[in-house]
Design a protein around this ligand. Sequence first.
Ligand code: CP
Length: 328
Amino acid sequence: MTASNLQLDEQGRLHHFLTIEGFNRRILTEILDNAEGFATVGSKQMKKAPLLRGKTIVNLFFETSTRTRTTFELAAKRLSADVVTINIAQSAVANKGESLLDMLHNLEAMHCDMFVVRHGESGAAHFIARHVAPHISVINAGDGRHAHPTQAMLDMFTIRRHKQNFADLKVAIVGDLMHSRVARSEIHALTTLGTGEVRVIAPKTLVPPAVSTLGVHVFHDLREGLRDVDVVIMLRLQRERMEGALIPSEQEYYHLYGLTEEKLAYAKPDAIVMHPGPINRGVEIESAVADGPQSVILEQVSNGIAVRMAVMAMALGRQPGTEREAQA
Ligand code: CP
């Protein structure tokens, strides 16, 4: 079964959200449109929508996370679901020899409706989706180097709020493409949404060999790659996934690929600066840029709640029919 078939139910509606690949523009746009309906819930006195009342969602984070774990949990709570976050380090899988599948079947026996999964192994979320009971939805919250689809969608949501029409945009993704699940998912989302030009900018050692087959233009010079772009997406150096020295030193990397005010001036004057976090100041980005007027990095975090609300509601078959219903 292909990833796209696995992700849709028999009526062609979202069931699992594992990867952007296989989704068409219509379904990505539907996620963005539904997220608009949830975007103001967080600023209300009563931060609740009733759509997932009675549903049970389990967060399974086998890898560290601050933004994704917290925003998934808040999104589920704001949709009125019951949420459990399993402490994997203290679970029977980690300490008593229980297999992952046995843990999942025990959680199924507790009548859960959704698993949100982060795992260090590429393909872990697909594996879980193939083995859970058919009524359970699985949302990939980042698997190895493979995919981070909700991060890509919150980034698309942030871009659309600032720039509206993807066809008119030049977007640059800068940094450690080699190890980045975020970059892979963003490239698929940007091309599916019809972005005018997608550029990737990195040293040769940090560009996956097949990246140009994804319809992007590859640059190795930051200033050249940033010229006239509308959106700059910076990536963290993923030291924890690197085998051997792929860059001479962090100082040298910052000199060549760190985003400073001087280098940002090559982009359009109204370009926005994005970063999925966590940011490493003085490695891939200067503080003056990360905290500056063109930065939308913290907006991305806020938007993550609305986008994750939209994905969870859609996967559990609860579309917000009207704005009033989303915000009730
Ligand atoms: N962007 C992101 O995935 O951040 P966390 O690792 O903190 O979840």
